[in-house]
Design a protein around this ligand. Sequence first.
Ligand code: UD1
Length: 373
Amino acid sequence: MKIINVVGARPNFMKMAPIIEAMNRHPGRIEHLLVHTGQHYDQKMSQAFFDDLGMPVPDIDLGIGSGSHAEQTGRIMIAFEKVCEEHRPELVVVVGDVNSTMACTITAKKLGIKVAHVEAGLRSRDMSMPEEINRLCTDVLCDYLFTTDRIADRNLEREGVPPERIFFVGNVMIDTLLKHRAMAAKLGLLAQYGLQRGGYATLTLHRPSNVDDPAIFAGIMQAITTIAREIPIIFPIHPRTRKTLENSPFTIHDSQLILTEPLGYLEFLHLNMNAKLVLTDSGGLQEETTVLGIPCITMRANTERPITCEVGTNVLVGNDPAAILAAARPILAGETVSGRVPELWDGHAAERIVDILLKSAAESKIDAEAQRR
Ligand code: UD1
């Protein structure tokens, strides 16, 4: 079975790493190529993750870079079409919800190539999120929809996806977290930043809805600096957010807000697993904190990952400064939160995916032979 695996942006790398590892266990049966679209290209947004996760160097790097959504999507499609025509894979595997995910799905399907989407069926129902548009377009086209929870299964069923295309397999990002947890725990980063275990918060912020509008961004930062008067907050800053920060009159005084460059996978896992609190607008971090059992305050009005609120440690607070502070106060005062790990977030999702793909390929072969006879 000839497969092209696609990655493009930072949140893709930790999802694809265990899939590649699981495919490598079947060298006689799976031949696979890794395509990096180059949507993320900075050392700290891309290469650092390949190093941390032990991922192979991409076989093909499309070098697409930044641009408007249409420019980025269009450039990926043009370049990926050539790759598919040259290599003629039987299957393309895409992960997550970034522009690369959708662009490569559309391209492959129009060439008659099957596509598998890992992390299918997540829905925020918020069409102002570019990722929601990417998720919808990807899922409607894919042949294999691998889901992280039963809520996603139901979303897909309601949208009319035939049940035989939906496979509840668990969470590949959690495969990566569980694999690297012990290694990350051994890092000695806290002293470097002057932090105490359980005595600081981590912060990530990069959603266009939070960082592109200077007034909204200023409101969030006002709440953050208030919290940072009580507890140090470590803030690895995303390139998009850095641009807003540089153009805003906002200054950080009198608070313990520690700005850093984007951090590697292991470093950031180390900081999150030892934190008292995580403040974020990321998607993946809501899932990681659920597994780590760390309180997570999500500065968004909605989430495509409601299971993290239903069973995990996540709360949604939107971007109103008062709501952010109200959610943080009890945790700072020592209130604990508890949750449980969702079903099948057990470190074996990638193996399940590869088993399903192999079984399906074997069945198609049998069908094709029966038709020939
Ligand atoms: C993208 C994904 C988002 C994901 C996020 C994780 C889409 C629609 N969005 O958002 O779902 O959560 O990645 O980081 O695909 N930039 C750099 N260096 C890089 C990459 C980007 O400087 O390596 C800068 C560029 O100037 C760019 C800006 O960051 O304009 C935003 O990058 P882009 O890939 O457009 O979207 P993200 O906000 O990173």
